[in-house]
Ligand binder design. Structure first.
Ligand code: 5GP
Ligand code: MG
Ligand code: MG
Length: 180
């Protein structure tokens, strides 16, 4: 896979923009079939999932709502296991069919916390769409209803994933390599 220079970073492509878009069309079609006639509410976890959310929402052919939850669980490149709600949903989800939209399930600790938290709000149903899963790092088992790609234990950037706040805007997913 090609390596690109992105500012001061060197990034090796893991998933190309074309691969990602093709997979998201499939996921959107599946979700469209599964939620026919339901009140679909997408709940996205900031900030990492914003790119996946934008593409996935447009691949779903249903009337739906979107709300955001701000969660902070990661410092630098190591999972801390400490989850903090930095901003809550704007609207109640009681009675709604909620689909949580997340960028990557790593240890699973963030999702474990969020699924439990949202579950107490009495949604009609609660499922999870995750763009990426890193199963080798799992500390808790999280059932992923819609999964984009399974990846190895490498630090990834792009398509919403950041390194110290940067590179979220890359249209592809890459592995951070050393300097050029
Ligand atoms: P978990 O609680 O599952 O360990 O943490 C999930 C969060 O950690 C993700 O939502 C994401 O923000 C961050 N994360 C996990 N793996 C990576 C990675 O490879 N690259 C980046 N940039 N963030 C990651
Ligand atoms: Mg996240
Ligand atoms: Mg991050």
């Amino acid at each position: 896979m090609p390596t690109s220079r992105e500012g001061p970073f060197r990034v090796e492509t893991l998933l190309s923009a074309e691969q990602i878009q093709a997979r998201i069309q499939e996921m959107g079609a599946q979700i469209t079939r599964d939620y026919q006639g339901k009140d679909l509410a997408l709940v996205a976890v900031l900030k990492g999932s914003y790119v996946f959310l934008a593409d996935l929402a447009r691949a779903i052919d249903l009337p739906l709502t979107i709300d955001f939850m701000g969660i902070s669980s990661y410092v630098g490149t190591k999972s801390t296991g400490v989850v903090r709600v930095t901003s809550d949903l704007n609207r109640p989800i009681e009675g709604l069919d909620v689909l949580l939209v997340e960028d990557i399930i790593d240890t699973g600790l963030t999702m474990q916390y969020l699924l439990e938290n949202l579950g107490t709000r009495r949604p009609a149903s609660l499922k999870l769409a995750a763009f990426l899963e890193k199963p080798s790092r799992a500390k808790v088992k999280i059932p992923i209803d819609y999964k984009g790609f399974v990846v190895e234990d490498q630090f990834l950037v792009g398509y919403g994933l950041d390194v110290d706040g940067k590179l979220r805007n890359l249209p592809y997913v890459g592995v951070l390599r050393g300097g050029l």
